[in-house]
Design a protein around this ligand. Structure first.
Ligand code: FAD
Ligand code: UDP
Length: 370
């Protein structure tokens, strides 16, 4: 009855479904375990009338014109540039650490001398991963690196991953490099913004096609649950297809604690990272992401927790290391002769942003429709 069956209705599943339905004129069924579409990008009005992101703050950013133009078919954008500050023992500083942060920490006079040294060494507008900066032998640069490491990375990373920055994959801390620039934005991508009517509406528009059927509240428990079809695409965790028979793939999870305050504004920026104190990593104030107006405000605190696979726990971040990638490959071997494509941050065990997975979904659609 269906040409393609897709398990999971996040960006991976929804973009792929649209492409197969529209370009390939295929009948597509999406099976989703949750009671809503959108995967982790899902947003919804809370009881106070504030649009919140149920699974943590999602800010769209990309350098891919293709992805931006594609998604722009399904949403208009609120022109939002994301700026984050760190709370360092009560002192508020721009994060990523940049030349403005340098001046705040060292004062303008010393900051300008240090700036010249950084610019001569790395070049203006360069992005230097903290672990690379830490290797610099120059005593001044080493002192800056030590400050950034101690006050921005070490404790936040310990909270988030339960490991030090050296112990986790370097690609993770490189996401937030030291910026030799006066740009206070968290992302330097060419296109950034928030879907004007929210992510859920973007997904409703993506899925609004006569060839697409979405079945919610339906979990695929293992590989035997997947119905037959010409194309099968799985966007969930690969180990669960095989009852985790080699052991669970490790993930980090988060406990989101939402609070509402009867005041117009809670904090200076949409996101404040608590880089040294508190058990949570960051506080997001949703109104400020999307310019909402209301006499109350909703925030969320993110408490990182290990993922055990218990009911209700969500695997958010794959833990990239050699051992876990080897385990992932072992599961992938089991699919060798099967007609099942893996797509998405869970199924591919990758740390994908929304734009990257949108691009992967467009590419897989092209391949399947060849
Ligand atoms: P998901 O969104 O996780 O969707 C997978 C879907 O499959 C889910 O709905 C799940 O319920 C369903 N599913 C899984 N297994 C089964 C099964 N067995 N049966 C039925 N259904 C199943 N990216 C950005 O670009 N910008 C950001 O600011 C950003 N912030 C983030 C903040 C947090 C806290 C997190 C965790 C991620 C963030 N991301 C951000 C990443 C973004 O969430 C992902 O890129 C995106 O969600 C990936 O889409 P996906 O479809 O691969 O996965
Ligand atoms: N990080 C940090 N301090 C910060 C921001 C980020 O130590 O203030 C590190 C931390 O290890 C984190 C990683 O950089 O997991 C990537 O940060 P990002 O903000 O990209 O994480 P995400 O939004 O994906 O949770």
């Amino acid at each position: 009855m269906y040409d393609s069956i897709i398990i999971g209705c996040g960006f991976a599943g929804a973009v792929l479904a649209r492409e197969l339905a529209e370009k390939g004129n295929q009948k597509v069924l999406i099976i989703e375990q949750r009671d809503h579409i959108g995967g982790n990008a899902y947003d919804v009005l809370d009881v106070h009338g504030i649009l919140i992101h149920q699974y943590g703050p999602h800010i769209f950013h990309t350098n891919s014109q293709k992805v931006f133009e594609y998604l722009s078919r399904f949403t208009k954008w609120y022109d939002y540039s994301h700026e984050v500050v760190g709370n360092v023992y009560g002192k508020i500083i721009p994060v990523p650490f940049n030349l403005n942060t340098l001046n705040l920490v060292y004062g303008e006079e010393k900051g300008n001398i240090l700036k010249d040294k950084l610019v001569t060494t790395y070049g203006m507008e360069s992005r230097v991963p903290i672990l690379e900066l830490k290797n610099n032998k120059d005593p001044d640069i080493k002192a800056i690196a030590d400050y950034v490491y101690e006050n921005i990375f070490l404790k936040y990373t310990m909270k988030q991953w339960g490991q030090t920055p050296e112990e986790i994959d370097p690609s993770v801390t490189s996401r937030v490099p030291v910026l030799i620039s006066y740009d206070n934005r968290y992302f330097q991508d060419k296109y950034q913004g928030m879907p004007l009517d929210g992510y859920t509406v973007l997904f409703e528009n993506l899925l609004d096609h006569e060839n697409i059927t979405v079945k919610l509240d339906t979990k695929v428990n293992n590989i035997a649950d997947i119905p037959e079809a010409k194309n099968i695409i799985y966007t969930g965790p690969i180990d669960e297809l095989f009852d985790c028979k080699y052991g669970r793939l490790p993930y980090r999870s988060l406990n989101f604690v939402f609070e509402n305050y009867k005041e117009e504004s809670y904090q200076s920026h949409a996101v404040v990272n608590y880089t040294v104190t508190e058990d949570y990593t960051r506080i997001t104030e949703f109104k400020k992401l999307t310019d909402q107006h209301s006499d109350s405000t909703t925030i969320v605190k993110e408490y990182p927790i290990p993922y055990t696979g218990a009911d209700g726990e969500i695997p958010y971040y794959s833990i990239i290391n050699e051992e876990n990638l080897a385990l992932y490959e072992k599961y992938k071997e089991l699919l060798k002769d099967k007609n099942i494509h893996l797509l998405g941050r869970l199924a591919e065990y990758k740390y994908y942003n929304m734009d990257a997975i949108t691009l992967k979904a467009l590419e897989l659609a092209d391949e399947l429709l060849k």
